[in-house]
Design a protein around this ligand. Structure first.
Ligand SMILES: Cc1cc2nc3c(=O)[nH]c(=O)nc-3n(C[C@H](O)[C@H](O)[C@H](O)COP(=O)(O)OP(=O)(O)OC[C@H]3O[C@@H](n4cnc5c(N)ncnc54)[C@H](O)[C@@H]3O)c2cc1C
Ligand code: SF4
Length: 500
């Protein structure tokens, strides 16, 4: 058979599960074959949360079945590595060429180059990283807010002519309310009963996975993801804004949309979720602060971190500006700690493979920042533990936002917080064995102690930062600074031994 008569293969990676993306968009059942590879080495490369591993593999298998129902010949195979899977496919089917959409990760793109795969430009984001590069060219600071406004104007979301809808670009200030008093009822997540496909995938996973097994919260097909989107727009979004930053011990999701895994796997596309949010605002079903807050996360933060990732790789992986050299403390893997706030966040991760933004940034990330945990170790843990994890989103969020490890390229100040912040934004401190108002002594809140110790340790650096110079000066004036330093040494020792 000549190459012209052989069919082409479209290789679909595990986070590109949508017929409306890349090479699949123009593929036809008569002409093209589809390849999906389940890599065993990838599945065993990290200590994946079981719900994360289950979600990706199940979604791949369901997507393969949908493509078959559409008439495609699909080769879904398990191989040791992705390269082995492609090589075996080439041996078995001798395609004229193998085509794939650009992967979301640096290593993935390098692999495709090595394998001689024809690469189609990614259309999984509203702003390709080349366009982000154009936007960033010549700018000294890559401010998210500037990028976001550029995106708003370019894409036309929440615009009334040349002006932002509601008269303001950003309603973030309205979205930082404390948790509501009393028992608020939060919209319950949509669930789907597990079926034989789920059970087979669970049986096929390696023994290295950890965490509570899937309970049907995470959708594994496009139709179920669309059902989650409808629910998010109708039930969650109207309440999304004001309590976006609040943390409560009796609700793991509050009014968060829980859409990130679908956006990251291709089951949903950013345009359709923003279109739905805009329509709900225009119909009067969602207030402007909530619609704006949500659209800012998707066309702003999400696309911004994707652009920062590609602009900064591969060196971004090695950033460690604050010379943080502590190993990941044992509590991240055991979940055991007497700090009530951290305990709750880790219990949520175990139960769902998910915690919301503020728990990631201001509890787990904050603890790692204050304690000086090696950036690569926190990236690895979060990437493996969250259902929506991926290197492109984890590196900027952890290295840039949480740990200030890129020296302020992304965040203009370190997001350091003590017990006062946690107490303001949550109900965790009541009932904790530690006292959030104490910074020294055996019952002092560890976050409060480490907060002051952090600014003391890094005083030289941050005294030059106008956004935190006040904290540095306040720390230097503390009458009990020697006692805080002594307690910080004890706290770090307890953290390392798993007894905090
Ligand atoms: C340390 C840390 C690690 C994170 N790791 C991830 C991750 O691995 N994967 C991930 O998708 N998000 C990550 N985020 C961002 C954010 O926490 C999650 O996207 C969000 O909690 C998902 O819940 P949701 O879908 O209910 O989001 P919502 O609050 O409803 O927000 C809507 C959408 O905006 C996007 N978004 C919002 N903020 C960000 C952001 N900072 N970066 C990228 N996308 C964003 C997500 O796609 C999200 O679904 C991380 C944030 C921090 C601080
Ligand atoms: S007192 Fe400190 S450790 Fe305890 S819940 Fe509050 S912030 Fe967390």
């Amino acid at each position: 058979m000549t190459a012209a008569h052989r069919s082409r293969t479209v290789w679909v990676l595990g986070d590109q599960l949508n017929g409306n993306l890349g090479a699949l968009k123009t593929a036809s059942p008569g002409r093209d074959r589809v390849l999906l590879v389940e890599s065993w080495r990838k599945l065993t490369s990290k200590r994946w949360h079981v719900q994360r591993a289950h979600l990706v593999v199940t979604a791949m298998r369901r997507f393969a079945a949908e493509l078959m129902a559409d008439g495609f010949e699909v080769d879904i195979r398990r191989a040791d590595t992705l390269a082995d899977g492609v090589a075996a496919h080439r041996r078995d089917h001798a395609p004229s060429e193998v085509v794939a959409m650009e992967p979301a990760s640096w290593d993935g793109r390098q692999l495709l180059y090595r394998l001689g795969v024809t690469i189609v430009r990614s259309d999984q984001f509203l702003c390709h990283y080349d366009d982000f590069g154009e936007w960033a060219r010549g700018r000294r600071l890559l401010k998210m807010e500037d990028f976001y406004r550029w995106q708003r104007r370019r894409l036309g979301y929440l615009m009334d002519g040349d002006e932002p809808a509601g008269g303001r670009w950003n309603f973030d200030h309205d979205n930082r309310e404390r948790p509501p008093k009393g028992d608020a009822s939060w919209p319950q997540p949509v669930t789907t009963a597990l079926d034989d496909v789920d059970r087979q995938v669970l049986a096929d996973l390696p023994a290295t996975v950890w965490g509570d097994p899937p309970d049907g919260v995470w959708a594994t097909s496009r139709s179920e993801a669309l059902r989650r989107l409808d629910h998010a727009i109708a039930e969650v979004l109207p309440r999304f804004g004001p309590h976006e930053d609040a943390m409560l011990s009796n609700s793991w999701h509050l009014a968060h949309t829980l859409l990130s895994p679908y956006l990251n796997l291709g089951l949903l596309q950013p345009k359709e979720v923003c279109d739905a949010a805009e329509a709900a605002y225009r119909d009067g079903r969602v207030p402007i602060a909530s619609a704006e807050g949500f659209i800012r996360q998707v066309i702003g933060w999400r696309e911004y971190v994707w652009g920062v990732y590609w602009r900064s790789m591969p060196d971004y992986r090695d950033c460690n500006e604050l010379a943080a050299e502590r190993s990941l403390p044992p509590l991240f893997t055991t979940g055991e700690t007497r700090m009530r706030c951290v305990h709750h966040a880790l219990a949520d991760v175990r139960a769902h493979g998910w915690t919301h933004h503020i728990q990631r940034l201001m509890l787990l990330g904050n603890l790692a920042l204050l304690a000086g945990v090696r950036p690569a170790e926190l990236v690895e843990w979060m990437w493996a533990s969250f259902v929506d994890g991926a290197e492109w989103v984890m590196l900027p969020n952890v290295v840039g936002m949480v740990l200030y490890a890129d020296g302020g390229q992304m965040a203009t100040k370190p997001y350091a917080a003590g017990g006062a912040y946690v107490d303001k934004m949550s109900d965790y401190c009541k009932g904790c064995v530690y006292d959030r108002t104490q910074r020294s002594g055996p019952t002092a809140c560890p976050l409060t102690t480490l907060y002051w110790d952090f600014f003391d340790r890094h005083a030289d650096r941050f005294a030059r930062n106008p956004r935190v110079v006040q904290q540095v000066r306040a720390g230097q004036r503390l009458a009990d600074l020697p006692a805080v330093r002594r307690r910080a040494i004890e706290v770090l020792a307890l953290l390392d031994s798993g007894e905090l």
